[in-house]
Design a binder for this molecule. Structure first.
Ligand SMILES: [Zn+2]
Length: 218
């Protein structure tokens, strides 16, 4: 059985680096430039992993073979076989993730599909709520924010790509000397959650938000 070792954001970065190499191959006649792009891409994708076995390294090192759109596609198809799904969440875990909500339901399509995503997210259109569910240190944690109805094109705080975003305001539980004080943290986040999950290459910005909101609970 294949050892699935590539998480969603890591795959997104591999995909990004592979396309940068294709562009270098198309736009440069200088072999040194192309080779430099290949090795820089390989280094960037390897840096994302805490550790890699020999066989896992071998899978990634095939990026060096890319010299056209076709070979890029072949490489990505090969890498795709090693992609992990997000850990499935049970009803019990879901309830535990949003302890203050008596009723919380995650849309069925999110729970039932095999998802190559980094985080679950969905909107309550009536209340203009955005829910986020993310596995932090092995445990699912839920947060919710209120989004503004105005959207515009700007950089998303999570995936760092320019997309249609809206401002989502999260209430921090961070305690202060004033017990009534709740800090609001507002972030621009992609309207299209699927797209955000397909573009996120680094989880640190998403994790920063969770840490900031929950710093007294963790
Ligand atoms: Zn995004």
């Amino acid at each position: 059985m294949l050892n699935l070792f590539i998480e969603n954001h890591q795959f997104n970065n591999i995909n990004h680096q592979a396309h940068l190499i294709v562009n270098a191959c198309k736009n440069s006649f200088n072999n040194d430039v192309i080779l430099a792009a290949k090795f820089s891409g390989l280094e960037k994708i390897k840096d994302q992993f805490k550790e890699l076995s020999k066989s896992e390294s071998k899978v990634l090192e095939q990026i060096i073979q890319i010299d056209s759109s076709d070979s890029c596609e072949n490489f990505l198809n090969e890498v795709e076989k090693y992609r992990k799904d997000i850990k499935k969440i049970s009803e019990k875990e879901l309830k535990k993730s949003f302890p203050k909500r008596k009723k919380i339901s995650i849309p069925n399509y999110l729970i039932n599909s095999t998802n190559k995503i980094s985080f679950f997210s969905w909107d309550d259109l009536g209340y203009k709520k955005r829910f986020l569910l993310y596995q932090l240190n092995g445990e699912y944690i839920g947060i919710e924010g209120t989004y503004s109805s105005i959207s515009h094109n700007s950089f998303c705080s999570f995936c760092r790509m320019k997309n249609k975003v809206h401002l989502v305001a999260f209430l921090s539980k961070a305690k202060s000397s004033n017990p009534d004080y709740y800090k609001t943290i507002s972030q621009y986040i992609c309207l299209d959650i699927e797209k955000c999950n397909a573009q996120i290459k680094d989880l640190s910005h998403l994790e920063d938000l969770f840490y900031e909101l929950l710093k007294n609970d963790l």
